[in-house]
Design a protein around this ligand. Structure first.
Ligand code: PRP
Length: 218
């Protein structure tokens, strides 16, 4: 029997994902420490469990849905923000409950009115598709999207954009830069996603995995 391949997101979600899979009895203690080493210093990118039931790897957040879509991983753990942006054709089967934050439109308080009705606002974001979807499809507003790689809060502060679309967790990055949440777009958390073919061919093993993850002690 081939191992079930699981793609985890490298970064903020890694710790919580590893702990959950471990509490669910899917990751042994040995595998857990191997994954921790993988995240920190090891140059090795993938490893299998001793009994070869599972193979785990850590990928960049935005790449996890790609691995799952093409079937290089049967299952993945990814943030809802990444899934909204990637728009891959995957089964989203479980809200894993960690990585909770909100996708918002944020900016200086003074932009609140313009944001309600105005057109041609400049919107800086790491999520161009999700942002466009929100403004054009949900709000019927014309906007100019400016794609950035990170530290998006800098954009309104420097005059690059009027507002931003970004995720907010504690709100401290916004506060420290004199910005505020102007509109909420969607609640975000980590989700379990499954490749469409694997859902059929590995139905039983995937169902077992979901059951164990649901039953894991909090
Ligand atoms: C995320 C997000 C915000 C910040 C929100 O960025 O894009 O900038 O965290 O967190 P807070 O509400 O708790 O302050 P991240 O740290 O992932 O880095 P990046 O901006 O470089 O992508």
């Amino acid at each position: 029997m081939r191992p079930l391949v699981v793609a985890l997101t490298k970064g903020r979600l890694t710790g919580d994902a590893v702990n959950l899979f471990s509490r669910a009895g899917i990751l042994s203690d040995g595998m857990k420490s191997e994954l921790a080493a993988l995240e920190k210093k090891s140059r090795r990118l993938i490893f299998s469990s001793a009994d070869s039931d599972f193979r785990f790897f850590l990928a960049k957040a935005s790449d996890v849905p790609t691995y799952v879509d093409y079937g290089a991983a049967d299952v993945g753990v990814a943030g809802k923000d990444t899934l909204m942006e990637g728009r891959r054709n995957l089964y989203e089967v479980l809200d894993l409950g960690f990585g909770a934050c909100t996708m918002v439109v944020a900016g200086p308080e003074g932009e609140r009115d313009r944001l309600k009705r105005g057109n041609n606002l400049r919107v800086a974001t790491k999520y161009p598709r999700a942002a466009l979807d929100y403004f054009v499809r949900r709000k019927q507003q014309t906007v100019e999207i400016i794609m950035l790689g990170g530290s998006v809060e800098l954009a309104p502060v420097t005059g690059l954009s009027d507002v931003i679309v970004d995720i907010v967790e504690t709100g401290s990055t916004l506060r420290e830069n004199g910005l505020t949440v102007l509109e909420e777009i969607a609640p975000i958390s980590a989700r379990l996603v499954v490749n469409r073919a694997s859902m059929k061919t590995e139905r039983e093993r995937i169902a077992q995995m979901i059951k164990k993850l649901k039953a894991a002690p909090r």
